[in-house]
Write a protein that binds this ligand. Sequence first.
Ligand SMILES: [Fe+2]
Ligand SMILES: [Fe+2]
Length: 193
Amino acid sequence: MYRPHKETQQERIDRLTQEAEKRVDQEGTAEPYTLERFRKTMFSKLRKVGVREFDDHHVQLVNYIVDVYEVVQVLQLRAPNQETLDKLTLVLDKLQEYTVFHFGEEEIFFEKIEYPHRQTHIAQHKAFVARFLEIRREIAAGRPQFVMDLFFAAFGWLFDHINQHDMKYSRYVQDNPKLLTSLRRSPPKPRPS
Ligand SMILES: [Fe+2]
Ligand SMILES: [Fe+2]
């Protein structure tokens, strides 16, 4: 009787990593995928929205995603021990806190500039946070293999959300230069301490 091959956890991690590598670097090389190369590629692909505070936020978000990737690499090499799990919790807490902060600041900004597509954009923020929390619950329930899903959610959000959807409000601001004047009077908060 035909039985479909059930993917092992290691095979799944290998497959997802290969997919991540392809998404970051379409050219692909035989070089090992080091953390530093990942960081460089992420920053080279990150687009600027032209609102200084939000560009700074996006840089910080990339840094936190790279921190998550660092732990993901350790989880690929060996079974998780307490130290790795503690580090994972720490990097995910930081990414979560900063993401919620950043979304909140963008949403306040959308109200101020009366951005016409704000409802769609805010719905995307909400969906991402819901997905993030759902995967964190899986990890907390003792299934650290879900860290790859979380890494993908964060990583996918970065490229699809910032580079496409945030760029839409960027164009709206560029097309309405007066909005930048009102923004300068009350800039978004820098970052939580
Ligand atoms: Fe953003
Ligand atoms: Fe956004």
